[in-house]
Ligand binder design. Sequence first.
Ligand code: NAP
Length: 352
Amino acid sequence: MDKIQVGILGATGMVGQRFVQLLLNHPWFEICALAASERSTGTTYGEACHWVVSGDLPAVAKEMIVQECQPDLACRLVFSALPAKVAGPIEEEFAAAGYAVSSNARNHRFDPDVPLLVPEVNPDHLALIETQRRRRGWKGFIVTNPNCCAAPLVLALKPLWDRFGITTLNVVTMQALSGAGYPGVPSLDILDNVIPYIGGEEGKVETEPLKMLGRLEGEAVKEAEMTISAQCHRVATREGHLEAVSVKLGQEAGREDVVEALRDFRGPLQVLGLPSAPQHPIVVREENDRPQPRLDRDEGQGMSVVVGRVRKCPVLDYKFVLLGHNTIRGAAGAAVLNAELLKARGYLEELD
Ligand code: NAP
């Protein structure tokens, strides 16, 4: 099979580097273009990029010339790791010019005709693409993946939502430094410290799961009815966002039922067969002291959510701790999985 040529917008940043790493030996996709800001354009990727992902900067990427984020890249699919301050119009230009855009940025997540997608959770929302193209007159389209805390959270919520319903949710996050991009939070601010504020984060965690768990009705998503309260903290870990979650369920359930629902969750069969899909989207651990970012973030190549400490909550019904790899399941890996679903459903062939 000829591989599909892909480009990465924002390729030099924290998430862009993850894309390079994940796409390097991908069975379906091949990187043909790396693009970033004016600062990097015209230099080699090796010169423009301060490589912070584990392992060496891949040789094939090192000598590639970084291009402008203009829709003249020699590919039909682009992954966007652009900052929100510029992502909106650039992604639209690409979609209008006929590219499929798989975006990490927040700009289009709540456009009513743009899927906010996690393949195991709401693959049916892909149907919004038809509405998007028709309304906007685009040949291409945009799909988005959720915020790096909302992504693992919604995966853990999905089986509980389907089986018991959820009425109320409280979540307290402990978010890794890589979530702030590079160079991110100054060392003197974060060493020996926890910062109880991440701009805009709590709103995303409180709203994005509602769209993803919502029902597609005609040409829009009717959001799930559930109240979410989030408190977000930056902590001095490198990668892996930890979240302490308490839920009130829609109906009574025993602890074993809750654990079984989480552990047995697989998502649709078609999604399970995609190259980046983990065999176990949720891994449940029974030890008292797991999950931990350093020990558990790479579970399922960083695509599994690890849940632990499932127990009764004296205020709501159940509480547990979950861990998701923020630059993989919460960013680049999520966008690659979305693109794999697009390919499996024939959306990329239509762009030929
Ligand atoms: P980052 O490390 O700051 O990287 C930003 C990238 O965008 C760099 O490649 C930069 O290129 C490029 N860029 C900046 N200004 C540009 C412009 N005007 N035109 C074109 N390119 C420009 O940020 P990041 O952490 O990778 O985040 C990227 C996006 O993913 C953001 O929207 C973020 O919210 C989202 N996200 C991040 C995470 C995470 O865990 N880090 C998780 C989920 C979602 P230069 O190197 O040339 O400046």
